[in-house]
Design a protein around this ligand. Structure first.
Ligand code: ZN
Ligand code: ZN
Length: 353
């Protein structure tokens, strides 16, 4: 079933006769066409992609399941679309629309016709199609290859920023469109901050270095974290590493169709509790990955999701000890009927550079 058909089913269930999105990601998902502006306008029978002249030719060639209409004014076009189709209840995305765009719609269409919805398309995006899995697989492969090359180079004496830049170069050279997010390189005590920005700190002997990074292929993101040691780490750091590795591998084993996202998160927390480290694990275990680096479903104590085949999630426990350092290990996996398949394959035994 096409993406727009699945949205139309949802619209029908909600009693909506129209749906509008101008969100770059959700519009791209529905139309299979990437642009920085435009609207996907969906009725119960069809979809129109309203674009400006910059995108007409490319959209006519690439967009799927919609008719492409070049317009001068989006507000006027949407008004005519509403009138022509006699629409009374039009869903809009509460969490993705800016207030100014909402006000412009309200002025043209009238407030009573607009129905604020939570993010239905992000729900549709949770289970990936074969084509999406291919792109995610390729993005993860590039990341694995770039990582393997970076491990061949000397790290000691280079700054966190220099390592982040080198990794970006390697990813780009291998064909990545861009980074999924700004690379995190956290060495020594900087490892105590889960989302540390790369600094000018030089990597020293004895450091653990946490690198969290990803790249984009066909719009799809990869996400992986590895922590390596430069020279022999002390026993405490080795203990953090082995504990996080155990929590990570056990949690990966607990990911399968029908598993509760909350339970998988809880399992990793139990293992770190037994190691006496759970108080240093503050974030959720993982998140969905796709066109966006963070999407649904979450593996967290608050999640009610039951995992389904084709969902793609990260499994990334970590411990962060103030003034000392930290460890995080992250893989991205595809949920399947009898377990899960790793997208990221870089070795997880403690690498000592
Ligand atoms: Zn990550
Ligand atoms: Zn992540």
């Amino acid at each position: 079933m096409s993406r727009v058909c699945r949205l139309q089913e949802w619209m029908q269930a909600q009693g909506l006769d129209g749906f509008l999105t101008c969100d770059n990601i959700n519009r791209r998902y529905l139309t299979h066409f990437s642009s920085s502006a435009g609207w996907a306008a969906v009725t119960l029978k069809d979809m129109t992609f309203f674009c400006d002249s910059r995108y007409t030719t490319a959209a006519e060639a690439q967009a799927k399941d919609c008719s492409v209409m070049e317009v001068k004014s989006f507000a006027d076009a949407i008004f005519h679309w509403t009138e022509e189709n006699n629409l009374c209840r039009i869903g809009i995305e509460a969490s993705r629309l800016t207030l100014s765009t909402y006000n412009a719609l309200k002025e043209k269409l009238g407030e009573e016709r607009l129905v604020a919805s939570e993010d239905p398309i992000v729900q549709l995006r949770m289970v990936k199609e074969a084509e999406e899995l291919n792109s995610l697989t390729r993005a993860a492969q590039l990341a694995d290859e770039a990582w393997a090359e970076l491990l061949q180079e000397p790290w000691q004496g280079r700054s966190e920023k220099a390592l982040a830049w080198r990794l970006e170069q390697l990813l780009r050279e291998k064909g990545a469109e861009r980074l999924s997010f700004e690379t995190i390189v956290a060495s020594g005590i900087n490892g105590a901050c889960p989302h540390a920005e790369p600094s000018d700190r030089l990597i020293q002997k004895g450091d653990l270095v946490t690198v969290d990074f990803g790249c984009v292929v066909d719009g799809y993101c990869s996400d992986m974290t590895r922590t390596v040691a430069v020279g022999n780490p002390n026993d405490e750091a080795k203990y953090w590493y082995e504990s996080v590795l155990q929590a990570q591998t056990k949690a990966v084993e607990a990911v399968f169709e029908g598993a509760s996202a909350k339970e998988v998160d809880a399992l990793s927390r139990r293992i770190l509790k037994e190691a006496g480290l759970d108080q240093y694990f503050g974030h959720s275990l993982g998140h969905g990955v796709g066109l966006e680096i963070h999407e649904l479903p979450n593996l967290s104590p608050k999640s009610d999701t039951v995992l389904k085949e084709g969902m793609v999630v990260t499994v990334e426990p970590g411990v962060y000890l103030p003034q000392k350092g930290g460890v995080r290990i992250e893989d991205t996996v595809i949920v399947s009927a009898d377990g899960c398949r790793l997208l990221t394959h870089s070795p997880k035994v403690l690498t000592i550079l």
